[in-house]
Design a protein around this ligand. Sequence first.
Ligand SMILES: O=C(O)CCC(=O)C(=O)O
Ligand SMILES: [Fe+2]
Length: 378
Amino acid sequence: MLGYSELKVALDKLRDHRMWNLFEDKTNAAIVISSQLLRCPLHKDEDLMANQYYYNSLGIGQKEILSIEASREEKFVAEFNRHAVEYGCRQVDTTVPSIECCKDIIEQIASQGIFESIQRMAGEQSSRAIEIANELKENGYYLMKGVISDIECEEILRDIERIARQEREGGYAYLYGNKQLSQRIYHLVMKSECANRLLKMDIVKAVADSYFTRQTNHDLYYLTSWHANILNSGAAAQKVHIDENVPEPIPEWPIRLNVNFILQDYTEQNGATHIYPGTNKLLMQPKHLADYKAIVLAASRGSIAFWTGKVWHNSGENRTSSPRFALLAGYCNSIMRELVAEEDNIKYAFKSNSIEKVDRELMPLLAAQHGLKDYRYD
Ligand SMILES: O=C(O)CCC(=O)C(=O)O
Ligand SMILES: [Fe+2]
C-alpha cells in the first residue's frame, strides 16, 4: 500500500503517463486511481486538504473538487466494486463519486495496466528518494551522478551565461566577493524557463518530499531561492558556513535543503563546493575547522548534489581561467515561511492591490524590498 508521499510521486507520474490524455474525465480518473493506490482512505474528512493538493497538482480545479466531495455517496461503492471485479481492478471499501463516469476509466485502467505501472514506478522512485534522504540525514550531503543530459546542461548553461552577461552589461548584476569576481543571478524562476525545468524533475521532488516529510496537511516545503552562483577566474573560497542561520543549537528537524544542479564539470581547481561530511549532526556553526575533514564535491556535469542546511560547507577557490557555475535551488521547511508573516500571503496582497496604495510607513514592516537583489524588480 502506498502512503501520501508515494501517491504524490504516483500522481506526478500519472500526469506524464501516455494514458493520461486518454481520460476524458480527468477528475474522476485521478480520484479512481488515487483511491486505488491508497486503498481508498480519500473519503476521510481529515484527508480533504491532502486530496485537494493532489487534485490541484493534476490541474483539477477547486470548484470541481468541492462538487465531487459533495457527491460522494455510499451507493456508489457497490457499483464501483461491481465494475472493479468485472475488470480485475482492486475493490474499494468506501465511496467513489460518479461511478457511471468511472466505468470507462476503470476499463481503461485495467486494459492498459496503468495502475500497476504507476504504482511500480512510484514505489521504485520513492524508495530511492528515501535512501537519499537517509544519507542526507547521516552525512549531510549526497551526490547523484548522470542525471541531467549533456544537451540539457549545455542549453541551460548557455542561458545562464546569457543572463549573467545581460545583467553585467545592464549595470544591475549582483557582484560580490574579492574584487567582485563572483556573481549571483537571483530570481531565476522569472528569468530562465529552461532552468526551471530542473525544478520539476521527479527525483528532486521525491528527495525533497522524503527529506521534509512529517505528519501534516500543510505543504512540506517551499522554494526559498533559485539562483546561479558564478565564480569567475580568481574568485576566492567562501567562508565555511551553514545555510540554516538560526541560533544554536540548530534544531534537528529539517529547515533547509540545497540542490546544486551541476552543468559543467566540477573540480578541485575550478571551485567545486567543499563539504564537511557528518558535521550536520553537530547542530552548530562551524568551529575548530582543523579538527574536521572536508571533501571536494568533484563531479561530472549532469550530476546533482544535495546538501542539508546543517552541514558545514563553502565554495572553493577558482584557480582556472574560466568561470564556475552553480545552479542552486534552496528549499525551506514550509513552517518557517508560515511563521515569517506568511500566514497571510502578503506578497499576493501586494500584487492584487497596487503597491502604491500600501502605506509607505508600513513598507519596511511588510518587507517590501526583501529579496530584491537587483534593480529589475524595484
Ligand atoms: O556555490 C557554491 O559552491 C556554494 C554556495 C553556497 O554554499 C552558498 O551560497 O550558501
Ligand atoms: Fe551555503
